[in-house]
Design a protein around this ligand. Sequence first.
Ligand code: C5P
Length: 193
Amino acid sequence: MSAIAPTIPVIAIDGPTASGKGTVAQRVAAALGYHYLDSGALYRLVALRALRAGITPDDGVALAALVATLQPRFADRITLDGEDVTDAIRREEVGVMASRIAVQPALRAALLDLQHRCRQPPGLVADGRDMGTVVFPDAQTKVFLTASVEARAYRRYKQLSEKGFSANLAALLQDLKERDARDSNRAAAPLKP
Ligand code: C5P
């Protein structure tokens, strides 16, 4: 992190999966002309790589090692090693893997620097689970955005359907409940306001 970084404003928007925080964060960033960090996408990128490499979610050391070579490009589309992975990282199995690997403290620590480097002038809107609690504890504004698990499951169902992915509402509801429990009960940077 550069010496001037702490003076650069950060708006942290945390909340559970499919609460709409990504949409809000992107609109706020666009309105203010700020940079935008989708920290969930970082966990999803590592998850995609881990799935492809056959790395198991309990192997924190191997997962952290993946981060060293992670050089994603965030523009309209998300590119990893020259491949457009924008849609691939949104798949449900990648989301589930992301939430499984996110319990690993070694991985979370490895991703810290990457996230801090996004704090660039004129400011940053960061969305995730631990933006206000762990990654940017000195953020000027902290928002915790949530909704009922049913509303969020329906939101995710519509998102997936619109993208042409097959989706089952009951399965999504169960999946979100499990993910909420994992994100909220883990020891490392649990989801909390
Ligand atoms: O927000 P999104 O659903 O894309 O995040 C995918 C997963 O990554 C979440 O289920 C959560 O477990 C993890 N995550 C996290 N900390 C963050 C962002 C995401 O643990 N700051």
